[in-house]
Write a protein that binds this ligand. Structure first.
Ligand code: APR
Length: 247
């Protein structure tokens, strides 16, 4: 199966990728729904929401500071780097639609990244729209203050929380990428969250679908290739074979 998959990858001209938390677990970031996933803790699941942010910002920020802010100091792994290599070394058109807020695809060198669920670089005031660097949020939290805007509002990280809607431009861009691609990778996502999980249904009929996920997903039967393996181990091997003449 790997050899046939490499052949399909070699022939691909436009590659669209949908990634989730599973692509970053080998960088030390937990995912959400695996046995050790973040959402296994009910108080975390109920605190990192839009409603908790607006009604109990201190509680929201307690968990946000503990669990999410440390992600800004983490390195990409072999899976992120292999995707960047497809572009940098093999000259493929590669577009990554990610559900992750960790910025690791860009850190690995991917140039086309749509962050469906936001990112950890900035925050904004929901009242007046003022934008802040996440460093200012971090500073307030380190001083045991709830990050406040000059207008008096509470600053909200530019992360899509449960109850928030996606940025329309980012969403449209990701859909267009899926429609343009002749090969789709779906990596490290349980495909249980909408609308992100509907993205791969936007793909062209003649496109190939490759799923890499430790656990089965509801789309496995639709895929041309399914690997229930660690992305950080499999992807470098798969991409590395593009060099090889012999298998
Ligand atoms: N390699 C491949 N797959 C992995 C790896 C790995 N190293 N580690 C974990 N996985 C798989 C798990 O088996 C799981 O099915 O990645 C999947 C991660 O799924 P979730 O935890 O549900 O994360 P994700 O799909 O990204 O969640 C989507 O839900 O909670 C919201 O906003 C949050 O963006 C997130 C969205």
């Amino acid at each position: 199966m790997l050899a046939r998959c490499v052949e399909r990858l070699r022939a691909a001209r436009k590659i669209a990728v949908l990634t989730g938390a599973g692509i970053s677990t080998e960088s030390g970031i937990p995912d959400f729904r695996s046995p050790n996933g973040l959402w296994q803790r009910r108080e975390v699941r109920e605190s990192i929401t839009r409603s908790c942010f607006f009604h109990q910002p201190e509680r929201f920020y307690r968990y946000f500071q503990e669990l999410f802010l440390p992600w800004t100091d983490i390195e990409p792994n072999g899976a992120h780097r292999a995707l960047a290599q497809l572009e940098q070394k093999y000259g493929k058109w590669v577009a990554v639609a990610t559900q992750n807020i960790d910025g690791l695809h860009q850190a690995a060198g991917s140039s086309q990244v749509a962050e469906l669920h936001g990112h950890l670089r900035t925050a904004a005031c929901p009242d007046c729209g003022a934008v802040y660097d996440m460093a200012e949020v971090r500073q307030a939290l380190d001083q045991k203050r709830t990050p406040a805007c000059e207008c008096g509002g509470v600053i909200k990280p530019d992360v899509v929380l449960f109850g928030d809607s996606l940025d329309p431009d980012t969403w449209v861009k990701a859909q267009v990428w899926m429609q343009q691609a002749d090969l789709i990778f779906c990596i490290g996502t349980s495909l249980t969250v909408t609308p992100a999980n509907t993205l791969i249904d936007r793909r062209r009929r003649d496109s190939a679908l490759i799923i890499i996920n430790l656990e089965p997903t509801a789309w496995d039967d639709d895929a041309d290739f399914v690997f229930h393996e660690k992305a950080g181990e499999l992807l470098p091997r798969l991409v590395g074979q593009l060099d090889g003449q012999f298998f």
